[in-house]
Design a protein around this ligand. Structure first.
Ligand code: AMP
Length: 381
């Protein structure tokens, strides 16, 4: 494919903060951005050239959207497969409908990883209650039952501690296709954000260390504070994932590091990722610009990181006592503030993030954590 050059319009399916940061990067490089989603007045739509507000089933609107853009990417994992298939008949969709199809279903995702010989959390696909009972005997306790589709940030997941809880857990997830996973008593959670270009080139941002609270990412530290050998291994596994998928674009691979020092893949996100937000302030090329370059068939940019960095998410809980004190946070001059333009703050909703740079990961983390404290304390929990 001939590279898609600045001036062209790029289509984005989905309209949340990932689409917003992609649109800002694309517009900075002189591209036009059109977003498509069922919602209006969205984080991405607010900063795009055009916000198309239509349902995923509206084939006429999708066709019109496609006719105005040179390529399409997605920022939202649950775009119906039929949408990407229809678009692929008309123009390049990157990474691709197939990659999205694999990543949006835990059964397919884990089957892909296992077939590729990659290290994945012990698991069994479960489609009936009887299969769950058998799977529990194999996986043991505690185990985690996760719906195959539409789960994120811990939604659609339930822990099972004994055979007696099997039926209640099955009912709690609505008796839908699911995956039963072994509970991993991990040392820490890690991720690699990487990109593959149209020419097969590969670029990555090193190994990132992630801390979650209530299943939602709270902080990322870059680089991860683990031995170098673990980082080398995680990057090689990530490279194998991107090559195995034949993906063109940015993909994040999330890992558990077990207490025994083993890396196990938890899941794949076929798009820029929350753990890569620090790249906006800390790297030559952000993950969003990298996604744009890959989608457009341009050479990938340098991922060189200027300094150690740490990112903290700003969740809606912070608004419990009114508007956070942005002035105080900006008073920390090493801290960068990003807000996504969402009008309604709800508990657990990602409203923005902050990033700090530092001489090492510990001092960057301290700087961003201190800035968080001056914003106002979230409710205890
Ligand atoms: P997920 O949506 O699958 O990424 O899960 C959200 C979070 O739940 C993860 O980041 C972990 O903190 C936790 N989690 C998920 N699966 C497991 C597991 N098999 N063992 C231990 N913790 C898990």
């Amino acid at each position: 494919m001939k590279p898609i050059l600045p001036g062209a319009a790029i289509g984005v399916l989905g309209s949340g903060q990932l689409g917003r940061m992609f649109a800002i990067a694309a517009r900075q490089m002189g591209y036009r951005v059109h977003t498509f989603s069922p919602d209006s007045d969205t984080p991405a739509g607010l900063v795009s050239d055009l916000e198309v507000n239509a349902s995923w089933e509206d084939t006429k609107a999708l066709k019109a959207f496609a006719s105005d853009v040179a390529a399409v990417t997605f920022e939202f994992e649950n775009v119906p497969f039929g949408v990407t298939t229809a678009l692929e008949a008309l123009l390049p969709v990157r990474p691709s409908g197939t990659v999205l199809h694999i990543a949006q279903n835990r059964i397919r995702e884990k089957a892909f990883l296992a077939q590729a010989g990659l290290p994945v959390v012990p698991h069994k696909a479960v489609r009936r209650l009887e299969e769950l009972r058998t799977a529990l005997q194999e996986i043991g306790y505690p185990a985690i039952l996760k719906t195959a589709e539409s789960g994120y940030d811990g939604k659609g997941q339930i822990a099972i501690h004994s055979a007696l809880q099997a039926e209640a857990a099955w009912n709690a997830i609505g008796g839908r296709d699911a995956v039963l996973e072994a509970f991993i008593d991990f040392e820490c959670e890690l991720s690699v954000v990487a990109a593959r270009g149209e020419d097969g080139s590969f670029a990555h941002y090193g190994l990132l260390e992630n801390h979650h609270k209530n299943h939602i990412l709270q902080t990322t530290t870059a680089p991860a504070r683990v031995p170098d050998q673990i980082a080398v291994e995680a990057v090689e596994v990530t490279r194998a994932v991107l090559e195995g998928l034949g993906a063109i674009g940015v993909i994040c691979v999330e890992f558990f590091l077990t207490r025994g020092g083993r890396l196990l893949i938890n899941e794949i996100a076929p798009r820029p990722h929350n753990s890569g937000h620090f790249t906006l302030d800390a790297c030559v090329t952000s993950q969003f610009e990298q996604q744009l370059r890959a989608v457009c068939g341009l050479p990938l940019g340098s991922t060189r990181q200027f300094q150690a960095a740490a990112m903290t998410n700003l969740l809606g809980d912070l608004w419990a006592r009114g508007e956070p004190d942005w002035g105080a946070a900006c008073g920390r001059h090493e801290v960068k503030l990003h807000l996504y333009g969402k009008r309604e703050a709800r508990p657990g909703r990602k409203m923005g993030h902050m990033t700090a740079l530092g001489g090492d990961a510990d001092s960057a983390l301290k700087a961003v954590t201190d800035a968080m404290l001056v914003l106002g304390r979230p409710e205890k929990g």
